[in-house]
Each structure stands twice: as C-alpha cells, then as structure tokens.
Design a protein around this ligand. Sequence first.
Ligand code: AMP
Ligand code: MG
Length: 401
Amino acid sequence: MGETPYFVELERALDICKKTTIHTVTERVNIDESHGRILAVDLPSKVNDPPFDNSAMDGFAMRYEDTLETPSTLQIIGTIQASGQEDNIVIEKGQAVRIMTGAPIPKGADSILQVELTSVDGDKVTLSQPSMKHFIRKKGENLSEGETALSTGTHLTPSRVGLCATMGYSSVPVIKKLKVAIISTGDELKQPGEELERGEIYESNSFGISGLVKWLGHEPVRMHSVGDTIDDLRKTLNHASIHTDLIITSGGVSMGDWDLVRKIMEEEGDLHFWRVKLRPGSPPLFGLWNNTPIFGLPGNPVSSHVVFRMLVAPWIRHTTHANGPIEPRSFATLATNVKPTKDCLTLRRVSIQMDDSGLSAHQKIHQGSGNLASMALSEGMVVLQPGREYSIGDTVEVMFL
Ligand code: AMP
Ligand code: MG
C-alpha cells in the first residue's frame, strides 16, 4: 500500500476527496429544465411579491370604519376580478365592491370580508361582522424587488423552481450536469430480464447509483458491467475517463484475489485512500484514473448505497458548490436495540414511526449488507457513533432514506 492512507475515518476520507475538485461550468436553462439542479448565481427578485395590494379572500372590499356597527349594510358598486379592472373604482363611504381572491384592492378600500360572512340582496350587502384589514395581502410583503430570495448553490426543489417564476425568471443559470460513469464489476452479474444460471445474480447497483446521481442533479452514464478481468476493466476505465467527469465503480474493492478495482488502482492508478471506518461500507477507495476522479464502491448493494450517501454525495455537492447536505436529518428515540461497532461510524436501517412523543426508530429487518430489501423497506438509517453504547429510549440521529 505504500503511503496510501488506509482505513481512515469518514471525515478524513472526505477531506482527502475534497483536495480533488472538478471544474464546473455554468449554463442557462429554461426553468422547466431546472428541477433538481444547482443554482449558479444569487437570484434577486425582478418584482415585488405580490406586485400590488390584493385580496386574500373571495368577498367584499370596503372602508373598515363603515363596518364597525354590525350588522352593517353597504351598497355594491361593482366587481373586481383577479385580472384587475379596478382603476375606475373608488370606494366611498357606505360602499363595497365584490372582489375575488388575488384581485387588486380598489382605491378607498382598506379591508375585506369573506363572502361566507355576508348576505346579498340586490345591490346591497349586509355584513355579519366588521371587515378585516389583514385579508389584504400587501405589495412586497413576501419579497421586495431586488431582494435575493435564492442564493448560489441552492438545490432547486419544486417550490424553488416556482419561486424563480414568481420572481420573473423564465430561465436561470445552473451548474452544468456532471457526467458520471457507473461501472459494475463481477463475473456473477446478469442484467435483470435475462435468465440466471447457477451462481449468478441480477446486477442492481448501477440502477440504484444512477438514481442517486440524478437525485443530486447530474447525469448518470451506466456503462456495461465488466467481468473480473484486468484488461476489460482497464479498457472500460480508460473509456470512462475520456468521456465522463467522474467514475463510480461497484464491487471488487475488498481483500479478495478477484477484487480487481483495488488491484488496478494500486498498480496503475493514483490511489488517495482505501477503506473507511464506516459500516456497512468499509471497503471503498478514492483516487484518480487518468486524472478523472474515481470512487470504488463496495459490491454489496446496501454498502454501495451507504457509501454514496455518506461520501460520494457530500463530495459531489462540495465540488459543484451546492449548499449544505441534501437529505433531511433529524433525531428519533430508539424503540429497539441497535448494534454499534467499536471503531466504525455505523448505520442501521430502521422504520420510523411518529406518535405524540415524536419520532421513534425501530430496527425490524436483518441488517446484512447484501439485503437491499432492508434498505428499500426502511424509512431511515440511525447514525451510531463508534465505541458508544446505545439503549432503548436513547435519542439518536436519523438520516431519512
Ligand atoms: P464484491 O465487492 O465484488 O466482492 O461484491 C460483494 C457482493 O456484492 C457479492 O455478493 C456480489 O455478488 C455483490 N455485488 C457486486 N456487484 C453487484 C451489483 N452490481 N449488483 C448487485 N450485487 C452486486
Ligand atoms: Mg466482485
């Protein structure tokens, strides 16, 4: 192994990865195409939100002081719909105008009463209670023109894409998607849909990893899976390093004779670390292949998923200038026993339940690292610190799946 850091703590592994960066490019995309992408600039609002004072209710607009003695009866002088047309309407003493949600408030009016609290007889409206000033949504109360609502590095969720439109943007600058090569390795792997021979299993990692890459706003390039031969692996890595920004392999990073990803990286690559104090998922490696960053993830499906979330995702977000972690984390009370390990950060798959006393974490399913069902059917993973004891009733950190 020479000088290569071996079996490092997760934080150290991440620090080592962060010394390698990928040059990112900014591109402008239509907001329809911006879902899940990373905003590349601070985005100031082009308008006030709302752009004008408007009604929060379907009802009537009037002068508050005309409604203090209940019931009060006012004269209806017109109707204002959401699109406006109020310019020629001025509310005088004793008058009201029929108004729709979102419609501009006419001059003279300073309050609203919702239609449910009124009764209409011809051109008269009777109010069962005083009108309400807070049913007027004030110009700029959500955002004022020029205010930066979304900052550079923001992950564009659906409501944030909506906010881009609210602020007047039809397109936004985002980080260009990284092309991420995904290469599974193993002689035993068959594509789903094919017939399995004895000793073979269906290849699943590339599909899960591909989803994780998309979740971060990037472009997975699933390559054909490679058998356990050094020549095939070298050829595929060379091809990937020419055509993509990042390579993720799965399988072949443990101690076995057929763990060829580790072997080829040791002998022909530039290996920055191998093995991390993380369970499941201790075998990963990181380095460069022909100057392209490469993560070698473990073959066990749960391990490859865990390593992606704990190591690959934080690094990709760092190198693409994305803000903070992408997944929600919280705390839950342990409802069952969970097993930590002595020297590794340990994640156990749990189902999360919510009741009056908050969130509780239940480990129901066996925790084998080959048991992808256990991950797919769990809502979260509890994060257990190395060397600590945990008992039922303890508060633990949870990462949602
Ligand atoms: P390895 O790290 O190559 O020794 O693989 C560890 C375990 O994960 C073995 O049981 C493999 O069969 C399994 N495995 C490796 N790659 C995949 C894959 N792409 N999809 C599903 N299982 C895999
Ligand atoms: Mg293998």
